[in-house]
Design a protein around this ligand. Structure first.
Ligand code: TPP
Ligand code: MG
Length: 412
């Protein structure tokens, strides 16, 4: 299968790349980049990886604003500072959660390190009445939706199955079953359309999820029913240890064409471009034009989760190349270049980050354990004899302990 011509770029692939490359300074400048070669599980195909196709970019890694013919962004310095603040606080929260896992306070944590721009840019493009269906890594989007970050920790501590009311912020519960939320989002969006509302629905998913049947089915239904859903794929180039080359032979945004809706690739480390592209995508679905796929091309700078060790499958050089494109650093360079933020702003933000970290630690340490019997609640709406039997057995088991602590919470 992986012949040398295929690996080096077939005429089909070359043609596909050509057809999506419009002339613009931004596109030209990015098209040259990212010819990184990989060793490891990608094998031969990965080693001969063709150049990445062009993507929408409004801010270079050096922090310089560039124009794009299809996407422009009117944004004030104050708004740019706001995006910077969102990204810094989200990264700090994420770092704190990682540390809390290491200290035994959380069972697991999926870090979003490196994906702050993809999440804040898309999250800030939405209206309150829009509805978001996340994976398990959308801590930055949750922040934009106004979900208190401490609520995100409960499931990873094992004290609840979610921890927030999805309808309070139109932000669904985290979804671990890869790709399934694309179907939930599509069904919800079909309902939105039937209601005659102009809300947009966002389905977040990863590059690995793009291989799931659920995502393919969601694409089909959304296209056929013209559902107002933005499929927002964060292509962080890894699905645990599986590289993107194992998921697709074409750039992911091009998949949309086969289903009959548009797709666009945006620089996922450029918060301004992600904001502009997601706003346009939301407008597209609001105005009854059916679904759209946004591929935010980014990189997972951390491990898949705290249970993962990426040094076993990815090269240090790749990580270093992406560190140079850090989304936060890039926006800071813009703020400094344009004199849009002074030392006092950065110092105040440092203090705010510390305060957030303190609040998160405090919340974890005071988070109550659930009652051991709670695990039997909400299994069936009207109960079930088998669950009743198990509940009774477990109650007997707990009662067999002599001390109060075990009777309350079980465990050891
Ligand atoms: C249906 C299903 N299959 C397998 C898994 C195990 N799993 C958890 S995360 C993951 C990789 C997902 O990769 P991607 O969609 O790229 O998202 P990322 O974690 O990179 O954000 C897999 C296979 C799962 N949770 N659900
Ligand atoms: Mg991924």
């Amino acid at each position: 299968m992986e012949s040398s011509t295929e690996a080096g770029g077939t005429p089909r692939r070359a043609a596909a790349r050509k057809s999506t490359t419009k002339k613009s300074p931004a596109r030209k400048s990015t098209a040259k980049k990212a010819t990184a070669k990989r060793s490891g599980p990608g094998g031969k195909a990965a080693a001969s990886r063709p150049a990445e196709p062009a993507m929408v970019q409004l801010l270079t890694p050096e922090g310089e604003r560039v124009e794009h013919p299809d996407y422009s962004l009117d944004i004030t310095h104050e708004e740019i500072r706001g995006l910077y603040r969102d990204m810094v606080l989200t990264r700090r929260f994420d770092a704190e959660a990682t540390a809390l896992q290491r200290q035994g306070e959380l069972g697991l944590w999926p870090s979003l390190l490196g994906q702050e721009a993809a999440q804040i840019g898309s999250g800030r493009a939405l209206r309150p009445d829009d509805y978001v269906f996340p994976t398990y890594r959308e801590h930055g989007v949750a922040w934009c939706r106004g979900v208190d970050p401490t609520l995100l920790l409960g499931m990873f501590r094992g004290v609840n199955h979610g921890g927030w009311d999805p309808n309070s912020n139109n932000f669904h519960l985290y979804t671990i079953v890869i790709g399934s939320q694309a179907l939930h989002a599509t069904g919800y969006a079909m309902g939105v359309r039937m209601d005659g509302s102009d809300s947009a629905v966002l389905a977040y998913f990863g590059d690995g999820a793009s291989s799931q049947g659920d995502v393919a089915e969601a694409f089909t239904f959304a296209a056929v029913y013209q559902a107002p859903v933005v499929f927002f794929c964060q292509n962080n180039q890894w699905a645990i240890s599986e590289p993107i080359e194992r998921q697709t032979r074409v750039p992911l945004y091009q998949r949309a064409a086969g289903y009959g809706f548009p797709g666009v690739r945006v620089d996922g480390n450029d918060v301004l471009a992600v904001l502009a592209v997601t706003r346009a995508a939301a407008e597209h679905v609001r105005t009854g034009q059916g679904p759209i796929l946004v591929e935010a091309f980014t990189y997972r700078m951390g491990a898949h989760t705290t249970s993962d060790d990426p040094t076993r499958y990815r090269r240090k050089e790749d990580l270093e190349a992406w560190e140079a494109k850090d989304p936060i650093l890039r926006l800071r360079r813009l703020l400094e270049r344009e004199g849009a933020a002074d030392d006092a702003f950065f110092a105040a933000l440092d203090e705010e980050s510390d305060a957030l970290a303190r609040r998160v630690r405090e919340a974890i340490r005071t988070m109550p354990d659930p009652d051991a019997m709670a695990v039997f609640e909400n299994v069936y709406a009207d109960g079930h004899p088998l669950v009743d039997e198990e509940r009774a057995q477990f109650a007997d088991y707990l009662a067999s302990f002599t001390d109060h602590e075990h009777q309350q919470h079980g465990g050891n």
